[in-house]
Design a protein around this ligand. Sequence first.
Ligand SMILES: *Cc1c(COP(=O)(O)O)cnc(C)c1O
Length: 360
Amino acid sequence: MSATLHLLRPDLRDFTAYHAASPRRGVVRLHANESSWRSDWDATDDGLNRYPDPQPEALIHALAGLYGVAPGTVLVTRGSDDAIDLLVRAFCVAGEDAVLVCPPTFGMYAVAARLQGAGVVEVPLGQNFSLAVDDVLAAARRGVKLVFLCSPNNPTGSLVPARAVDNICRALHGHAVVVVDEAYVEFSRQPGFADRLERHGNLVLLRTLSKAWGLAGARVGALLAEPELVAILRALAPPYPLPSLATEAALRRLQPRELAAARRRTAAVVRRREALAEQLRALPAVRRVWPSEGNFLLARFADAAATMAACEAAGVLVRDFSRQPGLAGCLRITVGTAAENRQLQRALARLDGKKVRARG
Ligand SMILES: *Cc1c(COP(=O)(O)O)cnc(C)c1O
């Protein structure tokens, strides 16, 4: 057993997976108590009356191609949220083990840990939201099974440098699994860490079709890791993680022409992100806009509550982070279409006008 598999919950080592029904088609399927009839409106390839393939081969191959990894390193999940939950349940003994997170960051890591009864060790990001590598290593030594890093990080837009990932993986080999959540990597200059999976047996990457590929409603994610770990997690995952509708939508989305169109849109979002950052910096109500490698910007406003109210009144939703430690006055704004961004700017311009009048 590899040093990483040794970190799994001891009570799961000889776990017997639920025996999912064979996904074979073109045979008489009398083994799964399915209905033999499909509805007339059911336009799916396989028929919604049939159980889906637990790990659809075509989708796994398409995702492996997209991410430049071997198919054996890919586990498809019901969004990354499901992968996070699966990892915590597989590695953390309730009441004993913990996960390490570096706030401000994505909230699901701590939520999944609490659901499992695992501890949450926090190592806050340092100056300019940079990762405090030495503090992470010091804190990870006892009881921490999973270290969650997010690059680009939500909500700060900052990156974890490759050197830091290498150092942390090496130092924690045999002690903890290092999970890098790459939900926004398509919007970043950094290519991500798929090329490091072979080097580090304790590295796990999370990817998703929810952001750059525009399929948040389909709930399709992927966990990338060494094949032995993928095989075990596959046995621990729900028997049919992806509805056949989601798999078919993802396969359509991953056709070459669709991929090319999505890549052009991603490049446009990156250009608009930089333009929007400049425009926000010019507004009197804005104190600071951090550089971002995601499809969003984190900005500090003179008055976050007034800004939220102005956006709300203009029919624009943005996310309030102002009550999180270190993020006083901060809102996270997704980069939209040119028209959506203009609507946001009109709302913010009115805010500035009001302030000026109030002061004058
Ligand atoms: C949006 C997001 C995800 C994606 O979650 P899905 O469950 O795949 O939709 C994962 N991680 C982070 C940090 C995110 O912001």
